[in-house]
Design a protein around this ligand. Structure first.
Ligand SMILES: Cc1cc2nc3c(=O)[nH]c(=O)nc-3n(C[C@H](O)[C@H](O)[C@H](O)COP(=O)(O)O)c2cc1C
Length: 168
Protein backbone atom coordinates (compact mmCIF):
# COMPACT_ATOMS: atom_id res chain seq x y z
CA UNK A 1 0.00 0.00 0.00
CA UNK A 2 1.22 3.50 -0.73
CA UNK A 3 -0.23 6.99 -0.72
CA UNK A 4 -0.85 9.36 -3.59
CA UNK A 5 -1.35 13.07 -3.22
CA UNK A 6 -4.64 14.36 -4.59
CA UNK A 7 -6.12 17.74 -5.35
CA UNK A 8 -8.37 18.88 -2.50
CA UNK A 9 -11.12 19.66 -5.03
CA UNK A 10 -11.22 15.95 -5.93
CA UNK A 11 -11.76 14.89 -2.32
CA UNK A 12 -15.01 13.08 -1.51
CA UNK A 13 -15.72 13.78 2.13
CA UNK A 14 -18.65 14.10 4.50
CA UNK A 15 -17.25 15.57 7.72
CA UNK A 16 -20.27 14.55 9.80
CA UNK A 17 -19.78 10.92 8.87
CA UNK A 18 -16.00 10.81 8.49
CA UNK A 19 -15.18 12.71 11.69
CA UNK A 20 -18.30 12.45 13.83
CA UNK A 21 -19.28 8.85 13.14
CA UNK A 22 -16.14 7.07 11.94
CA UNK A 23 -13.61 9.19 13.89
CA UNK A 24 -10.06 10.24 13.00
CA UNK A 25 -6.60 10.12 14.50
CA UNK A 26 -4.68 13.26 15.39
CA UNK A 27 -1.00 12.37 15.14
CA UNK A 28 2.18 14.36 15.70
CA UNK A 29 5.82 13.82 16.45
CA UNK A 30 9.22 13.50 14.86
CA UNK A 31 11.41 10.66 13.61
CA UNK A 32 12.14 9.64 17.23
CA UNK A 33 8.75 9.68 18.95
CA UNK A 34 5.17 9.84 17.74
CA UNK A 35 1.85 9.90 19.55
CA UNK A 36 -1.72 9.71 18.39
CA UNK A 37 -5.25 10.02 19.74
CA UNK A 38 -8.74 9.46 18.44
CA UNK A 39 -10.95 12.48 17.85
CA UNK A 40 -14.58 12.81 16.83
CA UNK A 41 -14.82 16.57 17.15
CA UNK A 42 -13.42 18.84 14.51
CA UNK A 43 -14.04 20.02 11.02
CA UNK A 44 -12.83 21.13 7.63
CA UNK A 45 -13.51 24.33 5.75
CA UNK A 46 -12.16 27.62 4.49
CA UNK A 47 -10.79 30.42 6.66
CA UNK A 48 -8.57 33.40 6.00
CA UNK A 49 -8.54 32.41 2.34
CA UNK A 50 -7.07 29.00 3.10
CA UNK A 51 -8.26 25.40 3.22
CA UNK A 52 -8.21 24.50 6.89
CA UNK A 53 -9.08 21.91 9.52
CA UNK A 54 -9.99 22.58 13.12
CA UNK A 55 -9.33 20.17 15.96
CA UNK A 56 -10.01 20.26 19.71
CA UNK A 57 -7.62 18.77 22.26
CA UNK A 58 -8.02 18.69 26.04
CA UNK A 59 -5.00 19.67 28.12
CA UNK A 60 -4.47 16.23 29.67
CA UNK A 61 -3.95 14.45 26.34
CA UNK A 62 -0.37 13.28 25.83
CA UNK A 63 -0.83 13.96 22.11
CA UNK A 64 -1.21 17.66 22.93
CA UNK A 65 2.46 17.87 23.88
CA UNK A 66 3.41 16.48 20.47
CA UNK A 67 1.05 18.78 18.59
CA UNK A 68 2.39 21.76 20.55
CA UNK A 69 6.02 20.85 19.85
CA UNK A 70 5.57 20.56 16.09
CA UNK A 71 4.45 23.03 13.46
CA UNK A 72 2.55 20.26 11.61
CA UNK A 73 0.36 17.30 12.49
CA UNK A 74 -1.81 14.86 10.57
CA UNK A 75 -5.46 13.87 10.57
CA UNK A 76 -5.92 10.26 9.47
CA UNK A 77 -9.12 8.52 8.44
CA UNK A 78 -9.72 4.76 8.25
CA UNK A 79 -12.00 2.04 6.95
CA UNK A 80 -12.83 -0.84 9.27
CA UNK A 81 -10.51 0.01 12.15
CA UNK A 82 -12.97 1.18 14.80
CA UNK A 83 -11.65 -1.31 17.35
CA UNK A 84 -8.16 0.11 17.01
CA UNK A 85 -9.44 3.69 17.16
CA UNK A 86 -11.38 2.84 20.33
CA UNK A 87 -8.15 1.69 21.97
CA UNK A 88 -6.17 4.70 20.72
CA UNK A 89 -8.95 6.88 22.14
CA UNK A 90 -9.11 5.28 25.57
CA UNK A 91 -5.49 4.48 26.43
CA UNK A 92 -2.74 7.09 26.78
CA UNK A 93 0.57 6.89 24.97
CA UNK A 94 2.06 7.96 28.31
CA UNK A 95 1.24 4.56 29.76
CA UNK A 96 1.76 2.10 26.94
CA UNK A 97 3.02 1.75 23.36
CA UNK A 98 -0.57 1.79 22.13
CA UNK A 99 0.38 2.17 18.45
CA UNK A 100 2.26 -1.11 18.62
CA UNK A 101 -0.51 -2.70 20.68
CA UNK A 102 -3.09 -2.09 17.92
CA UNK A 103 -0.57 -3.15 15.23
CA UNK A 104 -0.65 0.18 13.39
CA UNK A 105 2.45 1.23 11.49
CA UNK A 106 3.79 4.77 11.43
CA UNK A 107 4.73 6.23 8.07
CA UNK A 108 5.69 9.80 7.15
CA UNK A 109 4.13 12.08 4.54
CA UNK A 110 5.92 15.40 4.02
CA UNK A 111 7.90 14.48 7.15
CA UNK A 112 4.76 14.26 9.30
CA UNK A 113 3.71 11.00 10.97
CA UNK A 114 0.56 9.12 9.98
CA UNK A 115 -0.30 5.45 9.52
CA UNK A 116 0.09 2.94 6.70
CA UNK A 117 -3.40 1.70 7.53
CA UNK A 118 -5.13 5.05 6.82
CA UNK A 119 -7.32 5.51 3.74
CA UNK A 120 -7.17 9.33 3.78
CA UNK A 121 -4.64 11.67 5.39
CA UNK A 122 -4.50 15.44 5.80
CA UNK A 123 -1.08 16.90 6.49
CA UNK A 124 -1.71 20.22 8.17
CA UNK A 125 0.26 23.16 9.53
CA UNK A 126 -0.93 25.09 12.58
CA UNK A 127 -1.89 28.71 11.92
CA UNK A 128 -3.96 29.63 14.99
CA UNK A 129 -4.77 28.27 18.41
CA UNK A 130 -6.95 29.36 21.28
CA UNK A 131 -8.43 27.98 24.46
CA UNK A 132 -12.17 27.47 24.88
CA UNK A 133 -13.24 30.02 27.49
CA UNK A 134 -16.16 29.50 29.89
CA UNK A 135 -17.24 33.14 29.71
CA UNK A 136 -17.63 32.91 25.94
CA UNK A 137 -20.38 30.28 26.00
CA UNK A 138 -23.66 31.71 24.79
CA UNK A 139 -25.33 28.43 25.71
CA UNK A 140 -23.89 27.93 29.20
CA UNK A 141 -25.41 24.45 29.50
CA UNK A 142 -22.66 23.25 27.15
CA UNK A 143 -20.03 24.51 29.55
CA UNK A 144 -21.68 22.65 32.41
CA UNK A 145 -22.16 19.49 30.38
CA UNK A 146 -18.73 19.19 28.80
CA UNK A 147 -16.38 20.89 31.26
CA UNK A 148 -17.25 19.83 34.85
CA UNK A 149 -13.49 19.57 35.42
CA UNK A 150 -12.65 22.85 33.66
CA UNK A 151 -10.42 20.96 31.25
CA UNK A 152 -11.07 23.25 28.33
CA UNK A 153 -10.04 22.18 24.85
CA UNK A 154 -7.41 24.01 22.90
CA UNK A 155 -8.76 24.80 19.44
CA UNK A 156 -6.22 24.34 16.65
CA UNK A 157 -6.82 25.78 13.22
CA UNK A 158 -4.39 24.40 10.69
CA UNK A 159 -4.00 24.87 6.96
CA UNK A 160 -4.12 21.81 4.77
CA UNK A 161 -0.75 21.27 3.07
CA UNK A 162 -1.44 17.89 1.53
CA UNK A 163 -4.29 15.45 1.01
CA UNK A 164 -3.28 11.83 0.50
CA UNK A 165 -5.29 8.72 -0.33
CA UNK A 166 -4.26 5.10 -0.71
CA UNK A 167 -3.35 4.21 -4.28
CA UNK A 168 -5.96 1.97 -5.82
C1 LIG B 1 -14.54 8.48 19.74
C2 LIG B 1 -13.59 9.33 20.54
C3 LIG B 1 -13.47 10.66 20.26
C4 LIG B 1 -12.59 11.49 20.98
N1 LIG B 1 -12.47 12.80 20.63
C5 LIG B 1 -11.60 13.58 21.32
C6 LIG B 1 -11.42 14.95 20.94
O1 LIG B 1 -11.97 15.46 19.94
N2 LIG B 1 -10.58 15.71 21.71
C7 LIG B 1 -9.93 15.21 22.81
O2 LIG B 1 -9.19 15.93 23.49
N3 LIG B 1 -10.06 13.88 23.15
C8 LIG B 1 -10.86 13.07 22.43
N4 LIG B 1 -10.98 11.75 22.75
C9 LIG B 1 -10.20 11.19 23.88
C10 LIG B 1 -8.75 10.83 23.52
O3 LIG B 1 -8.67 10.17 22.26
C11 LIG B 1 -8.20 9.88 24.61
O4 LIG B 1 -8.23 10.54 25.86
C12 LIG B 1 -6.84 9.32 24.31
O5 LIG B 1 -6.64 8.19 25.12
C13 LIG B 1 -5.71 10.31 24.51
O6 LIG B 1 -4.51 9.67 24.30
P1 LIG B 1 -3.09 10.32 24.62
O7 LIG B 1 -3.05 10.63 26.12
O8 LIG B 1 -2.09 9.27 24.22
O9 LIG B 1 -3.00 11.56 23.81
C14 LIG B 1 -11.83 10.92 22.04
C15 LIG B 1 -11.95 9.55 22.34
C16 LIG B 1 -12.81 8.75 21.59
C17 LIG B 1 -12.91 7.28 21.91
Amino acid sequence: MSFQKINIQDLQMNAWNDIGKHWMLITAGDDQKVNTMTASWGGVGVLWGQDVVHAYIRPQRYTKQFVDQQSCFSLSFFDDHKKELSVLGSVSGRDTDKIKDVDFHVTYLDGVPTFEEARLVFIVEKIYEDLIKPENFIDSSLNEKWYPDQDYHTVYIAKIKGVYVQKA
